[in-house]
Design a protein around this ligand. Structure first.
Ligand SMILES: [Zn+2]
Length: 49
């Protein structure tokens, strides 16, 4: 589970790994593309190196 700030919910939402659409390893860090339970597509940047 991981926590994101969903603008549609207007709050912090806990998502499961199954809500992850795609993971990209970029120079900015690890981009986690997720789909919130409300249907919002968002981007979570983590794992900066
Ligand atoms: Zn949401």
């Amino acid at each position: 589970m991981f926590a994101i700030d969903c603008p549609r919910h207007g709050s912090t939402v806990l998502l499961n790994l199954s809500d992850i659409e795609r993971i990209d390893n970029t120079s900015r860090g690890i981009e986690v593309h997720y789909i919130c339970s409300c249907g919002h597509h968002g981007l979570w940047l983590t794992g900066r190196r």
